[in-house]
Design a protein around this ligand. Structure first.
Ligand SMILES: [Zn+2]
Length: 279
């Protein structure tokens, strides 16, 4: 990959897609197996960093985008990577990315709510049932790709189960998919041994970053159609400008500006957090 200038790689880190993780107790602070989950996550993040270094990266930013967004021990990150942690981040899973980056990596991603992937959800499992982007089912990767497209940054790699790659591929041309586990259901998966998973991630990142890749190519204007779990949530979504109700529980947002579309969607997600019923 390119040289004679700084080569910058951005890593957006989720957790549910990491090999060895199959339960919320492994990926939420306070869970009885959270320490194991964090160790597994760190191993994969460092494998991605190693692959990036191998391909010539000399500046790496790790954006911790899962739950409380401080799941990693900063001093143990390889490559002297910078670490973006904590909430609240306006661009959430894509915070910190800018046009100066050469590539983005989506690590530990999980499948969309509508698919049977391990721990599948789309931002808020208690509010969002299904999302399509330009008519095709999308998970968080496709939605996050809107930001990468706006900034002109290729999404080079995604890691997770057997569903995440095919969800991201329609939006991220040439994306390298590293499958580290096979989901059996939303609560069971068969995992590669962590060392094997890490080796595949290292090799996948190194190979992808050596290729010439374009940024996401989502047709504009783009349309997100969001099916919510209740009519109340759909009603609330329409309080936002440019959100149109298409049926009882479904709303639609169309925009020719991918960043503005992402922001409207994220605001909708934040709004849903105020109206989720607890029972
Ligand atoms: Zn997550």
């Amino acid at each position: 990959m390119w040289k004679a200038r700084r080569v910058k790689v951005y890593v957006s880190v989720d957790m549910e897609g990491v090999a060895g993780i199959s339960a919320w107790e492994q990926c939420l602070a306070g869970g009885d197996d959270y320490a194991l989950g964090r160790a597994l996550l760190l191993g994969e993040v460092n494998a991605a960093i190693e692959g990036a270094l191998e391909a010539g990266a000399d500046e790496i930013l790790v954006n911790d985008a899962h739950s409380a967004m401080r799941n990693l021990p900063p001093g143990e990150l390889g490559g002297h990577a910078s670490y973006l942690s904590g909430r609240f981040k306006p661009l959430y899973m894509m915070e910190g990315l800018d046009a100066s980056y050469d590539a983005a990596v989506f690590l530990g991603y999980h499948a969309a709510m509508a698919t049977p992937g391990i721990l599948s959800h789309t931002y808020n499992p208690r509010a969002i049932a299904h999302v399509t982007l330009n008519g095709t089912v999308t998970g968080e990767a496709g939605i996050n790709a809107l930001v990468a497209q706006h900034l002109g940054v290729p999404v080079a790699v995604i890691t997770g189960d057997q569903y995440v790659g095919r969800e991201a591929a329609p939006y991220c041309p040439g994306i390298e998919v590293v499958q580290v586990k096979t989901s059996v259901s939303r609560y069971a998966a068969e995992h590669l041994h962590p060392e094997v998973a890490r080796e595949r991630i290292r090799a996948g990142v190194a190979a992808a970053l050596r290729r010439e890749l374009g940024p996401p190519a989502i047709r504009l204007p783009a349309t997100l159609e969001v099916e919510l779990l209740s009519t109340d949530l759909a009603e609330q979504a329409t309080w936002l400008r440019d959100v149109e109700r298409v049926s009882g529980r479904t709303v639609r947002i169309t925009d020719d500006d991918p960043l503005r579309l992402y922001r409207t969607f994220m605001t909708l997600v934040f709004l849903t957090r105020s109206l989720v019923e607890t029972s």
